[in-house]
Write a protein that binds this ligand. Sequence first.
Ligand code: RIB
Length: 342
Amino acid sequence: MKKTSLNDIAKHLGVSKTLVSFVLNGKAKEYRISEEICKKVQDVAQELNYHPNRIAQGLRTGKTKTIGLIIADIANPFFGKLGREIEQEAARHGYHVIFCSSDENPEKSEQQIAMLQQSQVDGYIISPPMNSEDQIRTLAKRNIPFVLIDRYFPEIECNYIVVDNFDAAYKATNHLLALGRKRIANITLNVDLQNMKARTEGYKQALRDASIEIDENLVKILPFSHDNKDVARSIKELVGKKDNMLADAILFSTSKIGVMGIECISDLGLKVPDDVAIVSFDNADAYTICVSPVTVVAQPLKEIGKTAVQIVLNEIKNQKTLLKIQKITLKTNFIIRKSCGS
Ligand code: RIB
């Protein structure tokens, strides 16, 4: 079947090929093309099943209007929802997104960066796995447009947009302390990542500031590829002995751990918050339908996604200019529900 070209659309509407190109490449506003005309062009493009040849576009203009997105795991609701925000904001500017899951594996992220380079993406949005510093340094050295999301490497001067994990965990722990919980546990991941380390540090600092000695038995560290059994083992160690529980509250550093943890707590016949209070990072959908809806540290996904796209597009549009590096740290939203006992 013959592929629809810009010319076909132009002939169909009786307008110039240039006008059609401006509309379909997100330049309508720049060239003051009316919304009415834009809609007609987009409707005909859809009707004629038009799909731009991104590689040909890349060869002609040096731009494919695509962004490479590398996150840990697209199946994880946090990254899935963040990826959606990024995709929607990119589309508003006429850009497509190629998704890659690194599984927090630096070898995988290296292969994915190489694949995306061969695909001629114009820029990258990366949630960098641990030990991928050299890959990020190479992108920076080659002046390739990119921004880091979710975590960054303090020793590398580059664009990033993250949340204040330390402050979020500090406040979440203080909230539990204010409700009278004294033996607060933290279940986190054994990844050497700035964001995860900051969460546990914020939790510990809140305990220190409340003159509570840090008990490392209350800090459980799971492998990134943890499953229910790993979480169940930690939960049993913390609250498995009903008459002699180590913990009276748990801060889950991710919702993936938290959702599994709540199932384990329920399997032990324990009540939230009566037997154990809970706070978790990330506002998982499942948390609102729990018997005691879960108090969460929610990350501003829309703002993270929108800002990340705007930073990388600005880099793409001004690739020849030395732009000021953007280091953005956003506040989280603390949503109080019944799981912490307030
Ligand atoms: O599993 C998702 C969690 O880990 C989120 O809190 C996000 O920050 C990621 O690093």
